[in-house]
Design a protein around this ligand. Structure first.
Ligand code: FAD
Ligand code: SIN
Length: 532
């Protein structure tokens, strides 16, 4: 067993920001599945939203966020996170994040940052580092953590479960007043399991869009945090709201990557394969409508015509400006033989972001004592039924700064005797097929039956099939020694089940949850959260 004051699960913006805060109070262990930089934060392109321009105001950002989320977000939470935005960006500048500048001063100060625009924003308010914002943030956070002697990083360690009463007393099912004392984790290179004991645990494991076959996420996004929290007895909120990004590069083999919304913010237009524009038929803001509307419109137009993709045309923007502003997208498109300065890019919507998550306060507190959550895995009530572009990095950053400064980090904790991990069974190679095969089927079911437009019948089919898949994986998990792939597939099946059950609960269409059987809002019955 390893003992620390603080355990952080996840090395993205949410995890590392919290680690740097609490290192002022004690020793910190950070667990991460791969290397430190393998996380969604590193993939973030467009930027991070905050009120920095003179013409902008907190009220405008609050209004845009609330409206994009179809009035399901919590106004006090939205206000609190947005009002902390400028100070949070100043923190990223302080630790050395190389944001792009809007003038030639060379001075990386808040007032000099270049601000771009994305869908649903009424002002230019997205600070960015060209089109690799997340990468620049990660470089700064990693450098700060590496310099800090109180922080120990455990790469290639996958958390299996939070340590709670369920492990101490073998309690099954619901335990009132659950506490967390750390986590069990598997070293994925040696296959040894360790107990990490800590006074406070921060769960910052990011999202779970790998549950869909076509997604924009890195491979680490298997929803482990949601599943661990569920097993510990924490509540999960609004898990039906899965955001599909409108513009992922179309690849018949599904090898997609994101084309940032900022490209539309700078003037690129969506067109049908015939060259005709169509977004003006769906929303007054056209290509810069909120993301749920653009993705829904593309899905509608593709289905109507039987098309496999639409086009994103940036050719009206001067070539030099395009290459300088979007060097990452330029390089990725060229590798697929598309020159976006002279040709439109073929794009499709792809699963991108979980708007729901583990129920949390703006300070990251949860139902489980001593457990904080932050970042994509958390649901504080900021996004409602659809996230405004570039509000995710902001939310992870602000929540982790607040969690890191929370007075309860100083609490003394009485630990029970923590048992060693009980690794039972052998490794049954003959049945290993259950894991990989079921993962692929699960991803296809979610893609086909639980996508942008849903029906109750398809959701019920999905629920039944996911149940069988889960049973097979769980049976393998119970009878074999634990392995990385098994942990992930088991968690994916749990997350898929939660999404489908949440979707069946909401008998209305709102934001990212569009059901043919229940068109339109039902404010009287459903202007509230879905809680599992
Ligand atoms: P992550 O950055 O994903 O970090 C999760 C960490 O948890 C990883 O280190 C992972 O290894 C670790 N982990 C997971 N499970 C386990 C486990 N079981 N054990 C140990 N470690 C574990 N948002 C914006 O606001 N602006 C943007 O421009 C933007 N662009 C995006 C572009 C792309 C392509 C994508 C996919 C998303 C984008 N988003 C953007 C969303 C945003 O990047 C993410 O929501 C955000 O980075 C999540 O941060 P996080 O710290 O919560 O999680
Ligand atoms: C993008 O650059 O389009 C992604 C922004 C986001 O997910 O907020």
């Amino acid at each position: 067993m390893q003992s620390f004051d603080f355990l952080v699960i996840g090395s993205g913006i949410a995890g590392l920001t919290y680690a740097l805060q609490v290192a002022k109070l004690g020793s910190v262990a950070v667990l991460t599945k791969g290397t430190m930089i393998e996380c969604t934060t590193d993939y973030a392109q467009g930027g991070i939203a905050a009120v920095l321009a003179e013409a902008d105001s907190f009220e405008k950002h609050v209004k845009d966020t609330y409206r994009a989320g179809h009035e399901l977000g919590k106004l006090p939470v939205i206000r609190a996170i947005i009002e902390d935005g400028p100070e949070a960006i100043a923190y990223l500048l302080d630790i050395g994040t190389r944001f792009s500048l809007g003038n030639s001063s060379g001075d990386r100060a808040l007032e000099n940052l270049d601000l771009t625009r994305e869908g649903g924003h009424s002002e230019r308010r997205v600070a960015h580092a060209a089109d690799s914002t997340g990468h620049q943030i990660m470089l700064a956070l990693i450098a700060a953590c590496n310099k800090n002697e109180r922080i120990t990083i455990f790469e290639h360690h996958i958390a299996i479960d939070l340590i709670t009463q369920h492990h101490i007393s073998n309690a099954d099912g619901f335990v009132p007043g659950v506490s967390c004392w750390g986590a069990y984790a598997l070293h994925t290179r040696t296959n040894e399991v360790f107990a990490f004991r800590a006074r406070k645990t921060m769960l910052a494991t990011g999202g779970g869009a790998q549950v869909y076959k076509n997604n924009t996420n890195p491979s680490i996004c298997t929803g482990d945090g949601y599943a661990m929290a569920r097993r510990a007895g924490a509540r999960l909120v609004n898990m039906e709201f899965i955001q599909f990004h409108p513009t992922a590069f179309y690849s018949p083999e599904g090898k997609t990557f994101l084309i940032s919304e900022a490209l539309r913010g700078e003037g690129a237009a969506l067109r049908l394969q015939s060259g005709e524009t169509f977004m003006e038929r769906h929303h007054p803001d056209g290509c810069l409508a909120p993301r749920d509307i653009v993705a829904g419109a593309i899905d509608f137009e593709m289905k109507k015509r039987g098309d496999r993709y639409v086009l994103l045309d940036a050719t009206a923007i001067p070539a030099e400006r395009l290459r300088e502003r979007f060097p990452y997208i330029d390089g990725k498109c060229r590798k697929r033989d598309v020159d976006f300065t002279s040709q439109p890019i073929p794009v499709v919507p792809a699963a991108h972001y979980f708007c729901g998550g583990i129920l949390a306060t703006t300070d990251g507190l949860t139902d489980v004592h001593n457990l904080f959550v932050s970042g994509e895995v958390a649901c504080s009530g900021l996004h409602g039924s659809n996230r405004l572009a570039s509000n995710s990095l902001l939310s992870g950053l602000v929540m982790s700064l607040r969690a890191g400064r929370h007075p309860s980090n100083k609490d003394e904790v009485a630990f029970p005797d923590i048992p060693e991990w009980q690794d039972v069974g052998t490794f049954n190679e003959n049945e290993w097929v259950v894991i990989g095969y079921n993962r692929e089927i699960l991803q296809s079911i979610m893609q086909g039956y639980v996508g942008i437009t849903r029906s109750r019948r398809l959701l019920k089919y999905a629920r039944a099939r996911i149940h069988n898949i889960y049973q097979e994986i769980e049976n393998f998990y119970q009878h074999n020694v634990v392995r990385h792939e098994v942990i992930e597939s088991r968690n994916l099946a749990i997350v898929a089940d939660i999404i489908v059950r949440s979707a069946l609960t909401r008998r209305e269409s709102r934001g990212l949850h569009q059901v043919v059987d229940h068109p339109g809002h039902d404010d009287e019955n459903f202007q509230r959260d879905t809680i599992i």
